[in-house]
Design a protein around this ligand. Structure first.
Ligand SMILES: [Zn+2]
Length: 125
């Protein structure tokens, strides 16, 4: 029977022997100067000494990482560009309401050029 107490004990001892020969962490303690001796991971250090993330490895992982820190996107490149275009459009409309008199900001001039480009492409003017 696989569940006999004596057999379980020997299995446990075998597992313990394997665990005890696992590679050990060699980090030196700050106060004692002795090696840590905790079971090491593949990098040769234990979970306390050198187990930090080395960052995303793939483009997909990087995207996931960025997405995890994403809060609302109010300061994202896309939103900033959209807001800048909206401001320029408002300035342009105000300028047009003034009858085209007075200064026009560079951003509003660019917006005006875009409108003309769009309108001429679609055949509106
Ligand atoms: Zn360690």
């Amino acid at each position: 029977m696989a569940n006999e107490p004596l057999e379980r004990a020997s299995q446990r001892l075998a597992a313990l022997a394997l665990a005890n020969v696992a590679p050990r962490c060699g980090a030196r303690g700050r106060r004692s100067g002795e090696p840590c001796r905790a079971p090491a991971m593949r990098n040769g250090r234990c979970r306390f000494h050198g187990g930090r993330s080395t960052g995303p490895r793939t483009a997909e992982g990087l995207q996931r990482s960025k997405r995890a820190r994403w809060k609302h996107g109010h300061y994202s490149q896309e939103t900033k560009a959209e807001n800048a275009r909206t401001r320029a459009a408002v300035l342009l409309v105000r300028w047009l309401a003034r009858g085209g008199r007075g200064p026009l900001s560079n951003a509003a001039q660019d917006e005006l050029a875009d409108w003309f480009a769009d309108a001429s492409r679609s055949g509106a003017i």
